[in-house]
Design a protein around this ligand. Structure first.
Ligand SMILES: NC(=O)c1ccc[n+]([C@@H]2O[C@H](COP(=O)([O-])OP(=O)(O)OC[C@H]3O[C@@H](n4cnc5c(N)ncnc54)[C@H](OP(=O)(O)O)[C@@H]3O)[C@@H](O)[C@H]2O)c1
Ligand SMILES: *[C@@H]1O[C@H](CO)[C@@H](O)[C@H](O)[C@H]1NC(C)=O
Length: 293
């Protein structure tokens, strides 16, 4: 009993101290005012919503995606909402020259960069693996290699500003369910690369934060179109999701789990009882609706 007390009371103190410290570490939208932020995949979905939040907070935004007409609309709206400045570069991230072009634009127009939000993904369908290796190769290039290239080109600028890299990933990048083999592989790769890089930055005392965002099902048009016939759950709102990503990045968090109870409990169950998680996942799917290609 005496020994238990000796251990229990100090650890309780530690927990309380930690709780107090992290509760004080609160987010204020002013943290983003005047900051220079790149958002990739900003023409639709969560990326578009992040652009609007950043605009309201008074950031400078540089947006990318392939569809120029949509980017023009998003940039216009950002300026209406109060962005310090808003511009875009269009092109495919499957093209190896685009990442450097985007960073050159940031350096030329802003002379630096505070936050790099990596969010774009190439198209992939929610179905049995078709055997299309070429698709895996291009998806890796778009969803993974271009993230590495963008971060590499941004790092000198982010070192100077003590800035942040935010990597948008998925529960499929931590737990592999069915019908997402190529996509899941690209998201696991992001975790491997960026979690390793984070530790190297710490060793080198480089003050650039890396936030990995583990997202559950979000109500973007493309996600709902891809999975709603198989996954009956209600998706979480993209507007709130976008704000949580920006908040986690600004607070230099290591990982974001959103929506938090659902993603958190899946990760916990995965480590405690992986077989149980697999069968729970499968029993919640409408397998008869999976389209075979
Ligand atoms: N929605 C969800 O349920 C969910 C769940 C977990 C994780 N996430 C993650 O959240 C992020 C955003 O997802 P979302 O649902 O918002 O996706 P989304 O609405 O489909 O948006 C994807 C964005 O990427 C751009 N894009 C597509 N192909 C591209 C390419 N080859 N090169 C450059 N840009 C390209 C798209 O614009 P263009 O077509 O104009 O290029 C668009 O701006 C992704 O990283 C995704 O993995 C989403
Ligand atoms: C790292 O950078 C952030 C943002 O500039 C700053 O608040 C923090 O104090 C820095 N940490 C160290 C150890 O220098």
């Amino acid at each position: 009993m005496g020994r238990l007390k000796k251990i229990l009371i100090p650890s309780l103190g530690l927990v309380l101290a930690f709780w107090f410290y992290s509760a004080r570490d609160t987010f204020k939208p002013e943290m983003l005012r005047g900051k220079r932020v790149i958002v990739t995949g900003a023409s639709t979905g969560i990326g578009e919503q992040m652009a609007y939040h950043l605009a309201r907070m008074g950031s400078h935004v540089l947006l990318t995606a392939r569809t120029e007409a949509r980017l023009q609309n998003v940039v216009e709206r950002c300026l209406e909402l109060g962005a310090a400045s808003a511009r875009y570069i269009s092109g495919s991230m499957a093209s190896p020259s685009l990442p450097e072009e985007v960073l050159r634009e940031a350096e030329n127009t802003w002379g630096g960069l505070d936050m790099l939000i990596l969010n774009h993904i190439g198209q992939s369908s929610f179905t049995f693996f078709s055997g299309d290796v070429g698709h895996v190769r291009t998806l890796m290039e778009t969803n993974f290699v271009s993230y590495v290239a963008l971060a590499t080109a941004a790092l000198p600028l982010l070192k100077e500003s003590e800035g942040s890299i935010v990597v948008v990933s998925s529960i499929a990048g931590k737990i592999a369910g069915p019908f997402t083999a190529p996509y899941s592989a690209t998201k696991f790769a992001l975790d491997g690369f960026f979690s390793s890089l984070r530790q190297e930055l710490i060793i080198d005392k480089v003050n650039v934060s890396i936030t990995l965002c583990i997202l559950g099902y979000i109500n973007t048009e493309s996600a709902v179109r891809a999975v709603s016939h198989v996954i009956p759950q209600t998706p979480a709102p993209k507007e709130e999701c976008a704000l949580e990503i920006i908040r986690a990045g600004a607070l230099r968090r290591r990982e974001l789990h959103y929506p938090s109870p659902a993603v958190g409990s899946m990760l916990l169950l995965r480590s405690l009882a992986p077989e149980l998680l697999d069968s729970l996942l499968l029993s919640s799917y409408r397998l008869e609706n999976v389209r075979r290609t």
